[in-house]
Structure formats: structure tokens, C-alpha cells
Design a protein around this ligand. Structure first.
Ligand code: NAD
Length: 280
């Protein structure tokens, strides 16, 4: 277990109370990493931290902060430094889509017979801003605040959470797709910017999981069955199933350990073959 040499390191996981990131936090705790479950939802963060301490006998704290508010992130950093010392690992996991930034129609009709409010033209700028900011600025700001410790230590790891949308956009969700594409670009940019500091910056692009943010698109509320879109995803995934959060943790541990010490600026898909498959 010690071969990854992560024991005693301090990791901040934003969105740590969520489905994917709580699992990522557990996998780090299992390696002896002290975990900070940072989330907007304080109760959920504390409850994940308590569960981690109980299961892995490794220190974990739940901290409330908004990844879009630098002041709250700085207050969180002060609390973390006081309790755990300097931060070694940052997982930028807070993110997601919203119905307010989702078109009802996949593609406009060529006949001119469109309900304009169901297309690109009906998107609300506020909804677009909300999703773009949460995913992009919600990665930028925590990195600005938490990576300062890594600069001082001359070592550290930053893991951004991208998506399949980042390579080729999915229909209906242009803000989320644009923001995740920006995450890939930023991962490369920051990896170069930090390349002489001892800090590596990489990203994981998960395939499709059934979670709170996409359930409304993938499961029919009335029948509980997969929607047509949900089935399309399965058809586009050569392994013919959804991903489960545990399947992302091997890549996370690889990226935050010295196993990947010459790896920086990459985005690794963990997607059951989705990004490799043309559909034919
Ligand atoms: P989730 O909704 O289960 O978790 C997101 C967490 O982020 C929640 O606990 C929420 O409270 C927290 N959060 C939201 N806004 C915040 C803010 N402003 N400040 C701090 N915390 C905030 O989502 P998930 O599906 O586990 O997604 C985690 C990450 O993985 C996201 O970046 C998402 O875009 C990405 N992702 C998800 C999928 C998928 O299929 N679910 C696929 C690819 C990528």
C-alpha cells in the first residue's frame, strides 16, 4: 500500500461531497492521505469526512466554501492550514450542468418549423453564465488560492475534472461543453506555466455516470427507464454500460503519485471507449 508514497499528504477535494469526488476522496484516504472535503453543502461535506475517518482511520475534515468566491476559499485555506498544514494535492471536482443551460431541442429543423425558445435562441444568458462559471472559474479560483502552498513546497499535484464534452460537444449542453473544453486548455496552459515549480497539472475526463446533474436527461422521471439520450450513450460506449465512480480512482492515484512523475498537461479519458468509437 505504501508504494504510492502518499501517506500523510494533504488533499483538498472540491465538490468532495458529490458522487464522484466523495469516492475520489475515499481512494486517497485509503492511501493514508489527509482529506479535506470542500463543498458548498457543509452538512454533506462533514458527513463524508466522518464516514472517511471511520472507514479508513485517516484524518478528514468537511469544510464549507464556494469555489466561485475567493474570500470563502481563502478562509477555507486558513482553516485547512491550521488543522492539517500545507496542501499537497488539489482535486478540482466541483462542477456540473443545469437545466437552465440546456436546450430542449437537439438540432434545429431545416424546415423553419422550430419553437425558437427550445433551441439555442432560448438559452438564458444567466443559466449559461452559471454553468460556465461553476465549471471553469470554479477550477481557476481554487487553484489560485490552494496552489500557493505547493509553490512554497516546490511540489504538488493538481487534478482537474473534465468530461467527454470537452473533446466533442454533446448536443443540448453548450455551456457545460465549452467550460470543460476550457478546462482541458487551462490544464495544458497551467502545466506549462508551473513546469519548473515541481507542480504537475493533469485532468481526468470521465465517461458517463448516472449522477444528480444528468439524471434529468438520462432517466425518464415517470417510467424510471433510460431516455432515448440515455440509450444513445450506452450505444456510443463500446463497453455498453455506465461508468461507476470507483473506476476513476485508479487514474487519480496514478496522477497524484510518482508513478506519473514525468506526466503533466494531459487529459486522460476513463470512458469505456466512448472517445475512441465513431459509432460505426
Ligand atoms: P455531484 O453533483 O454529485 O457533485 C458536485 C458537488 O459539487 C456537490 O456536492 C455540490 O454541492 C458541489 N458544489 C456545487 N457547486 C459548488 C460550489 N459553487 N462550491 C463548492 N461546491 C459546489 O456531481 P458529480 O457528477 O459527482 O460531478 C463531479 C465532477 O465530475 C463535476 O466536475 C462534473 O462536471 C464531472 N463529471 C461528471 C460526469 C457524470 O457523468 N456525472 C461525467 C464527467 C464529468
Amino acid at each position: 500500500m505504501n508504494e504510492l508514497n502518499l501517506k500523510g499528504k494533504v488533499a483538498v477535494i472540491t465538490g468532495g461531497a458529490g458522487i464522484i469526488c466523495s469516492e475520489m476522496a475515499k481512494s486517497l484516504a485509503n492511501q493514508g492521505v489527509k482529506t479535506v472535503i470542500l463543498d458548498l453543502n457543509k452538512d454533506a461535506a462533514v458527513s463524508v469526512a466522518l464516514a472517511i475517518e471511520k472507514e479508513f482511520k485517516t484524518a478528514s475534515i468537511g469544510v464549507s466554501a464556494n469555489v466561485l468566491d475567493k474570500t470563502s476559499l481563502q478562509a477555507a485555506k486558513n482553516e485547512i492550514n491550521e488543522k492539517f498544514g500545507p496542501i499537497d494535492i488539489l482535486v478540482n471536482g466541483a462542477g456540473g450542468n443545469s437545466p437552465a443551460a440546456t436546450t430542449k431541442q437537439e438540432r434545429m429543423e431545416g424546415t423553419g418549423n422550430n419553437k425558437m425558445e427550445e433551441t439555442f435562441f432560448g438559452l438564458q444568458t444567466e443559466g449559461f453564465d452559471k454553468v460556465f462559471d461553476l465549471n471553469f472559474k470554479g477550477t481557476l479560483l481554487p487553484t489560485m488560492v490552494f496552489a500557493t502552498d505547493m509553490i512554497t513546497k516546490k511540489s504538488g499535484n493538481i487534478i482537474n475534472i473534465s468530461s467527454m464534452n470537452s473533446f466533442r460537444p454533446l448536443t443540448k449542453i453548450p455551456a457545460y461543453s465549452a467550460a470543460k473544453a476550457a478546462i482541458n486548455n487551462f490544464t495544458q496552459w497551467l502545466a506549462v506555466h508551473f513546469s519548473k515549480t515541481g507542480i504537475r497539472v493533469n485532468a481526468i475526463a470521465p465517461g458517463f455516470l448516472l449522477t444528480n446533474q444528468n439524471r434529468f436527461l438520462l432517466i425518464d422521471e415517470k417510467t424510471g427507464e433510460l431516455t432515448a439520450r440515455g440509450k444513445k450513450i450506452i450505444n456510443g460506449t463500446p463497453m455498453e454500460r455506465y461508468c461507476v465512480p470507483e473506476e476513476l480512482t485508479g487514474t487519480l492515484l496514478y496522477l497524484v503519485s510518482d508513478l506519473s512523475r514525468f506526466v503533466t498537461g494531459v487529459v486522460i479519458p476513463v470512458d469505456g471507449g466512448f472517445s475512441a468509437y465513431s459509432g460505426v
